[in-house]
Every structure is written in structure tokens, then in C-alpha cells.
Design a protein around this ligand. Structure first.
Ligand SMILES: *[C@@H]1O[C@H](CO)[C@@H](O)[C@H](O)[C@H]1NC(C)=O
Ligand SMILES: *[C@@H]1O[C@H](CO)[C@@H](O)[C@H](O)[C@H]1NC(C)=O
Ligand SMILES: *[C@@H]1O[C@H](CO)[C@@H](O)[C@H](O)[C@H]1NC(C)=O
Length: 448
């Protein structure tokens, strides 16, 4: 159904808007990690806190589950397209610390200890992530790091952990400005580089505290801004809305080494249709989001696996500029999202453009717009391709009108590369942050 119809219009390009390019120069956490958004597999959304290995041995949080997922990430081709981290979430610990204050993995479910699991994951060429909580307890009631920061950082390092997610249950959010950086210092002092994922801003936002993002950026590689994702389209929509509605406040915080985290990919589970799954993958790429699959890789259906392994969309997510995209149009259920990406020619960015249909009226919506109306003004044109349909549309000038058919709750995502082969001498400056233009000349079939 993803068809694009092109026609030339007689419109001439008006003068480009000269906008200053603002480059985010904030001090970032310099541990050399997460130069692009981390990719991997994370247990939580799909396997939650299932600790019942007696009755449900194949699905409980256990050594076996993580070894199996590591095997499949390699064997099923996920590693080849960039998925790298195998991350434990909550519910891996014993309820009590050892006499020396150290946290202990559950003795029944992780009988060989975490160093053994970590070695296995590394032997597969992958990386190992773990979970802790800045507070007295984890969200599921296991030991938190308060009072034991040095012990826990040392334990993580001794297990050759590569990635630490630090949750924020059972903590006072007003302490977090001091506590999250403090644990980061302990991680740093172990000498082992570990990605540091913080839930710091989301708990502060819940508590009515305005997060200090300059501090968050300088201490964390990624952070959660909003609710945990649940296995439903409603949950996914609420996250998409949050990132769109708050984009002016949060986009500039993203960049190499420091990312906004809209939470896990739920593609391949129970709650999203095929179209909705394509929407999550496309939007996560626009948002420069970490790509952490939370799905049972033993049973995922091939069409969902193909979404997760779409190399062209992954390339958008992993674009080296690390500029987070934004919603540039929202009207009557149709949204357009755009992300500036490489290649950059002169001062013109290439773009990934996602057309999203939030309507439920049961038939695909036609959206027609010129590239120029989307803010793509490079006069020599863009090489345009559809990232799901594997169709290349050749070089289109800014005046070209494109028409996309977007399925209900689905998406069309295009990559528009500045056409570098042609020489261009004028130096127009195009902001990577496209203005929201309510007078957008977007037409859709339902309301015409
Ligand atoms: C954590 O535990 C300590 C010691 O029992 C207590 O003083 C503190 O109030 C607790 N903090 C929170 C946020 O519950
Ligand atoms: C610790 O922090 C310093 C200063 O930011 C940085 O250069 C170094 O790479 C960090 N080391 C680790 C292991 O994160
Ligand atoms: C934010 O944190 C930084 C330290 O990282 C501090 O210098 C600054 O004053 C804080 N800003 C606010 C508004 O508290």
C-alpha cells in the first residue's frame, strides 16, 4: 500500500530562510561510550519480574534466559545489524545483601554467578548490561544502591558489566541531582567504561521537579523522560505525543554520548499490529532513540524480525550527527516527523521524513506535500528512497510534490539525501530544526 506518486509543480523556490545553526555544545559525559544510541536486548517489557523458574523455567529471569537471548541475537542476525547489549533488568538479585554489603545474584536463578554469564555474552561478541536502583529498593523490592554505591559499582566492574541502568524507585527525587552523579563517579572510579542509563529526569518530572538537564547530560549517557512503555498502541501513542509535545525542551539534549530514551522496542510482542510496529521502529529512528528490543526472540514472527532488522531505518537511528528529529506537522491525525542526518553538503542536511497516520477511519490517507514545504530546500535536489518499501525514487527537486499513502496507525518513512554529486555554490543555511508551520500545504483525502 506504500505508493508514492510524484508530480512536478510549477512552483519556484522562494528565498531560503537564513537561520542560525545552533550546535549543542553542552558538557557531556566523556566516557567515550554511546556515540550512537545503544542497541541491544532488554528483558523488562516482555519478561517483567517473572521469578517462577519452577513453573515457568523458559520465561523466568534467569541465567538461561539471557544466554538463550544472546545466542539468538547472534544466530538470527540481530548482531549483524548492530544489536549488541544483552541487558538484565530488575529481579536478578537475592533479597538480602551479603555480610560484606555486596549485592548477590539470585542463587537459584543465576547459579553460576554474573561473571560467568558476562563471560558467555562477551564470548559471543556481545556486551553485558545490568540494572540497579538509586534508592533503598529496586522497583520490585530488591536491594537498592543507597548506602552501597561503592560496593555496587565495584561488583558491576568485577562482573565486566558494560551498561548500567539505574532506576529511581524508593528514592527521594530531590536527592537525585546529587545521587546520580555520585554513583557515576563510583562507576568512573572502577576504571571500567560502562554506559550509564539514568531514570533521574522521569522521577523528578513525576515529583514536579524541573530536571537539570545540563547536569544530567554531563553525568549520563542516556536517560528516561517519560513513562515505562507497556504492550499497547495507547502506550506507544502516549510516548510519541510526549516526545512531540515536549520537543522544544528536550531535543537539544540529545547528541553523541547522551540520548533521550523513550524506552524499549515492543515490536514483535502482543500489543502492536504490524503497521503499529513499523511506526514504533520508524519513530524511534527519528527520535535518535536507543534500540533495545524487549521481545521473545525464540518465537518472534518473521515480519516483525524484519522490522527490527531493517538496516536502512537502523542507519537513520544510528546517524553519526546524533541530531534528534522532531514533529514538524500535526493536523487531523496526520503527523510528519523529520530528522536531519548525513550526508551534509555545504550547509544542507539530508533528512529522514516519517509520515504518521493516527486516524482510525479505516482507509489509507493520502498526504501530498513538496519537499520544500517540508523544509528541504537544497536546489539541486535530494535522492529519495522509501525505507520500508525498498523503492528508490531518484533525485527530486524541492519543488517536487510527493504523495504518500499512509495506512491507519502506520507510517511511511523516506530518506532524502542531498545529492552531492552536483556542484552548488550558493551558501544557504538551513536549520536542522525545521520550523513547525501550521499553514503547511498538506492535503489529505478524507477532508477534501
Ligand atoms: C532509605 O532508608 C534510610 C534508612 O532506613 C531512611 O533514612 C531513608 O529515609 C530512606 N529513603 C527513602 C527515600 O525511602
Ligand atoms: C572517567 O572520567 C574521566 C573524566 O571525564 C574520563 O576521561 C574517563 O574516560 C572516565 N573513565 C571511565 C572508565 O569512565
Ligand atoms: C545544574 O547543575 C549544574 C551542575 O552540573 C549547576 O552548576 C547548575 O547551577 C544547576 N542549575 C540549576 C538551575 O540548578
Amino acid at each position: 500500500m506504500k505508493m508514492i506518486i510524484l508530480e512536478r509543480t510549477k512552483m519556484f523556490m522562494t528565498l531560503s530562510v537564513f537561520l542560525l545553526l545552533i550546535i549543542n555544545k553542552s558538557l557531556a559525559l566523556e566516557n567515550g561510550l554511546a556515540r550512537t544510541p545503544p542497541m541491544g536486548w532488554l528483558a523488562w517489557e516482555r519478561f517483567r519480574c517473572n521469578t517462577d523458574c519452577e513453573n515457568d523455567p523458559d520465561n523466568c529471569i534467569s541465567d538461561q534466559l539471557f544466554r538463550t537471548m544472546a545466542d539468538l541475537v547472534v544466530a538470527e542476525g540481530y548482531a549483524d545489524v548492530g544489536y549488541e547489549y544483552i541487558n538484565i533488568d530488575d529481579c536478578w538479585m537475592e533479597k538480602n545483601r551479603a555480610g560484606n554489603g555486596n549485592v548477590v545474584p539470585d542463587r537459584k536463578r543465576f547459579p553460576y554467578g554474573l561473571k560467568s554469564l558476562s563471560d558467555y555474552i562477551h564470548m559471543k561478541g556481545l556486551k553485558f548490561g545490568i540494572y540497579g536502583d538509586y534508592g533503598n529498593y529496586t522497583c520490585a523490592g530488591y536491594p537498592g544502591i543507597l548506602g552501597y554505591m561503592k560496593n555496587d559499582a565495584a561488583s558491576f566492574a568485577s562482573w565486566n558489566v558494560d551498561y548500567v541502568k539505574l532506576d529511581g524507585c524508593y528514592a527521594d527525587p530531590s536527592d537525585m541531582d546529587q545521587g546520580y552523579p555520585e554513583f557515576g563517579v563510583h562507576l568512573n572510579q572502577t576504571g571500567r567504561p560502562m554506559i550509564y542509563s539514568c531514570s533521574w529526569p522521569v522521577y523528578q518530572i513525576y515529583a514536579g521537579i524541573k530536571p537539570n538537564f545540563s547536569s544530567i547530560i554531563s553525568h549520563c549517557n542516556l536517560w528516561r523522560n517519560y513513562n515505562d512503555i507497556q504492550d499497547s498502541w495507547a502506550s506507544l501513542e502516549s510516548i510519541i505525543d510526549y516526545y512531540g509535545d515536549n520537543q522544544d525542551d528536550i531535543i537539544s539534549h540529545a547528541g553523541p554520548g547522551h540520548w533521550n530514551d523513550p524506552d524499549m522496542l515492543i515490536v514483535g510482542n502482543f500489543g502492536l499490529s504490524y503497521e503499529q510496529s513499523k511506526t514504533q521502529m520508524a519513530l524511534w529512528a527519528i527520535l535518535a532513540a536507543p534500540l533495545l528490543m524487549s521481545v521473545d526472540l525464540r518465537t518472534i514472527r518473521p515480519e516483525y524480525k524484519a522490522i527490527l532488522q531493517n538496516k536502512k531505518i537502523i542507519a537513520v537511528d544510528q546517524d553519526p550527527l546524533g541530531i534528534q528529529g522532531r514533529r514538524i506537522y500535526k493536523h487531523k491525525g496526520i503527523e510528519i516527523w523529520a530528522r536531519p542526518i548525513t550526508p551534509v553538503h555545504q550547509t544542507y542536511y539530508s533528512y529522514a521524513i516519517a509520515f504518521l497516520n493516527r486516524r482510525t477511519d479505516g482507509t489509507p490517507s493520502d498526504v501530498s506535500v513538496t519537499l520544500k514545504e517540508l523544509g528541504l530546500q537544497y536546489p539541486k535536489g535530494y535522492r529519495v528512497e522509501d525505507l520500508y518499501e525498498d523503492v528508490n525514487y531518484g533525485i527530486l527537486t524541492p519543488e517536487t510534490k510527493i504523495k504518500v499513502k499512509v495506512n491507519p496507525s502506520g507510517v511511511v518513512i523516506l530518506r532524502c539525501n542531498v545529492e552531492r554529486e552536483q556542484f552548488f555554490t550558493r551558501s544557504h543555511v538551513l536549520s536542522p530544526f525545521l520550523p513547525l508551520n501550521p499553514a503547511f500545504n498538506v492535503r489529505d483525502n478524507t477532508f477534501e
